[in-house]
Write a protein that binds this ligand. Sequence first.
Ligand code: FEO
Length: 174
Amino acid sequence: MLSKTIEAALNKQIRIEAESSQVYLAMAVWAEVKGLEGISNFMYDQSDEEREHMLKLVKFVNERGGHAHVSELNAPNVTFKGYKEMFEKLLEHEIFVSNSINDLVHISLQEKDYATHNFLQWYVAEQIEEEAVARTILDKVNMIGDDKGGLYLFDRDIQQLTVSSAAQDLGSEE
Ligand code: FEO
């Protein structure tokens, strides 16, 4: 059974993951309207992933005798100065989510809720990967600068580029 403190903290994270999904959906839409198809597909996938993160928390709360809270969400930013600013915001947002997960881990230890602590390790690992992907992309974006040809190739290759580079950065075999 979840303590009220843990339940409230997990419900706060449910909201953050739901808002993350909306943040990336707005980025996907913006990129699509700008004709950046590859970037847009990448952001649609990110948005779906965040919804999965949210659902995983929802199930966990309900399975442990809590009541997952489906709340209203803050509206995301829907316009960007350019794709560089958009990816800067992506990294910023992932760092914000990582901090929030760290706070949750801290609360689970304070509450001596080791089942929740164990469950949260998946999110800790996921955040390392998500931040790594965001940093890899931003490095490429900074390299491209104002080069239109570079942007064309980046938009075409973003899917493979992010998966393989992030895997290398993490020393993974994937
Ligand atoms: Fe669910 Fe990207 O954090």
